[in-house]
Ligand binder design. Structure first.
Ligand code: UTP
Length: 295
């Protein structure tokens, strides 16, 4: 089934405990990297991959994520009156023309697989759709991480998962994939396991939070029970589904940051800021001072 990828699901209903107390009142996905919240980078990546409908899976207390994508005419007219045209353009571009935002609710944080299942009413069963975890950021000077997956989907017609070679001692923090090369030169995933101990991991290929999935997977997600950590795991759902429907690997180009962790978030802020012309020189000078102090 080779269908265009028009919809992206953003599961943003987790508790964000690793960022407490910052995430007590502010959802993790609204924490900024430089001057944009994580969720905005994720939406921009989806738009760059051709997606036109964003489905946010939120928990009942996290509606402020939606506020970020709502038009604020009061703010826009103040910026306009103040002649702040560049800022005005940036605010207006948060949700580009022709892009829709939809909402699904996950009442309880039962796991990533359950969060994706909550988007079922928004995704036709005969389409492929994307899933993006906004706290996994990929700085890719090219087309963006999701566009890389969409290219693999277009070439194979199958599902696709973003992968990265990880430190083998860290397998218990990732979904891990085993991969074989097909005669046509694509990499088909042959097994998936969520958070295996290093001695049980089939490889060191860790899942990064980017997926293109077949809309028929919802039937499977509805039937799997709890997996690792007592949560309904997306990895388990895909592992069961891919017996009949091939899923391919997309080793991601670019640098990945785990912005669900404090260190990953700090690294992302530095590296994304270094990409901004007006910040680069002063930031480098500051980093030079810091290294001088510590070195
Ligand atoms: P994480 O594993 O990072 O969990 O979820 P978390 O709750 O956000 O953060 P910590 O571990 O407590 O610090 C990965 C993604 O899956 C979403 C999260 O919002 C995040 O985008 N998620 C997770 C849900 O939407 N619902 C869930 O039940 C679990």
């Amino acid at each position: 089934m080779n269908s265009p990828v028009r919809k992206a699901v953003f599961p943003v209903a987790g508790l964000g405990t690793r960022f407490l107390p910052a995430t007590k009142a502010v959802p993790k996905e609204l924490l900024p990297v430089v001057d944009r919240p994580l969720i905005q980078y994720a939406v921009e990546e989806a738009v760059a991959a051709g997606v036109d409908t964003m489905v946010f899976v939120v928990s009942p207390g996290k509606e402020s994520i939606l506020d970020h994508f709502r038009r604020d005419e009061g703010l826009e007219s103040k910026l306009e009156q103040g002649g702040k045209d560049a800022l005005l353009a940036r605010v207006r571009a948060i949700l580009p023309e022709g892009v829709r935002a939809e909402v699904a609710i996950q009442d309880q944080p039962l796991g990533l697989g359950h969060a994706v299942l909550c988007a079922r009413e928004h995704v036709p069963a005969d389409e492929h759709f994307a899933v993006i975890l906004p706290d996994d950021m990929v700085l890719d000077p090219g087309r963006g991480a999701l566009a890389q997956l969409v290219a693999v989907h277009e070439a194979t017609g199958g599902g696709v998962i973003g992968l990265e070679a990880i430190d083998p001692s860290l397998t218990a923090s990732y979904g891990i994939a085993e991969v074989e090369e097909t005669p046509s030169g694509h990499r088909r995933i042959t097994s998936l396991v969520e958070k295996p101990a290093p001695e049980e991991a089939p490889s060191n290929l860790g899942i990064v939070g980017r997926y293109v999935l077949d809309g028929r997977i919802f039937d499977t997600l509805a039937t799997i029970g709890e997996g690792a950590g007592g949560e309904i795991q997306l990895t388990d759902g895909i592992a069961r589904f891919m017996g009949d429907h091939p899923v391919y690997a997309c080793p991601l180009e670019g640098v990945r940051y785990d912005c669900g962790s404090r260190l990953g978030m700090l690294k992302a802020n530095i590296d994304y800021a270094l990409e901004v012309d007006s910040l680069r020189d002063e930031l480098l000078a500051h980093l030079g001072h810091v290294l001088g102090r510590t070195g």
